[in-house]
Write a protein that binds this ligand. Sequence first.
Ligand SMILES: *[C@@H]1O[C@H](CO)[C@@H](O)[C@H](O)[C@H]1NC(C)=O
Length: 425
Amino acid sequence: MGLAASRQGLHVLACGVACLLAAEAITPGPHSAGPQDVQLNVGQAQGSVSYSVPLKRRRRQAVSFTEQGSLRSSTRLRKRAPQREQSHSSASQASEYYGILQLGTPPQEFEVVFDTGSGNLIIPSTACGSDACKIHRRFNSSASRTAVDVAFAEKPDDQVKPNGDRDVVTITFGTGEISGVFMKDHICLGDICTHGNFISVTEETEQPFSLVPFDGIFGLGLPQMSQAPHFNVLDCMIRDKVLKKNLFSVFLAADDRDESEISFGELKAERMADQLFWVPVSNPGYWQVEMEDVAIGDKLQGLCSGKCQAAVDTGTSLLAGPSDVVRTLTQRLGVKEDCSNFNELPELGFVMGGHTLKLTPEDYVDRDGRTCSLSLMTMDVPPPKGPLFIFGDPLLRKYYTVYDRENLQVGFAVAAQPRPSDVKA
Ligand SMILES: *[C@@H]1O[C@H](CO)[C@@H](O)[C@H](O)[C@H]1NC(C)=O
């Protein structure tokens, strides 16, 4: 069930954090979508609507990354929770960006993390009596006249029959688990509305879910990550031809005083400080791109033997890479723990498609009072998905990113941060 696996959650908690690896979605019974069921029903954009969802940010302090990272681990990947290359600093800039989504008729509002690293919409239900559910907003399907209880993921329009069977999906995270059932309803982000399937949570563990500030997760990964095609809400919007352009774009403010936003149906010139360039998606599921090499200053490091892979992941508050590469980079960059060489540190570059995504020490060093550490974690995602680099929030504050569903490509431009980047919030 590789393709039906989705790693939702994790994020969650961490998410903000964490979110790195795929959690395994386990659907009992013969009713699981296989790769052949994934239809990419993507035509040309004909809609006229675009809408930007303002994002709130909550910072988390003194959270050890290992805990956070394990949240997103799947059964397969759990043993390989990311580890900090340097162990002294546990307080990274973990943070979560989340915004509002409306579900049902009349609309019920939820705060969700927009996560390009998972593929389903997951919302707590009033049927969930777990403590973690009770402290969040819960969807009451009886109060929505358009809500449909769906029995099986691959029959997204079929209602549960009286006394009929219904699948329960369980999604396992490193430190927790949720169970849920399938539903269908109207889903709106501001003026953009569609109808699609989602996972209505009926049970969730205290850890990590009681700790997160948001209610649910809006997976924006490609449909290979979704439970079934109609669970991919972005594709539902495209099917319904509501978007002006079949893409969305993400601006994460470096400073909390400035607003972050995710824009559906458009990209915004005013958010870019230089020319946007496109890189094709190399392996759909994640918004994954191929990287030719890593550069320190102007020097290519020869670390990719031709190609590395990187997943662009808004649901993760970290940068991560395969342990061998990260170890080499750690050595070659030589970030001093006492920050004494901070001002002499070179730029760190990710080379792709003839362009280089450049991070300055302000972007890639975690500076916590008088201690400095490289904020590049090691994470070994096993084949076939890995090895993978994960481009999370530190890179996404530096680069405005555009996720083009129609042409399957990711766009990068230096983000136009309203304030100088060395001013830390
Ligand atoms: C859900 O909505 C129904 C219908 O409006 C209402 O009777 C019920 O009390 C609500 N349940 C909860 C748990 O809020």
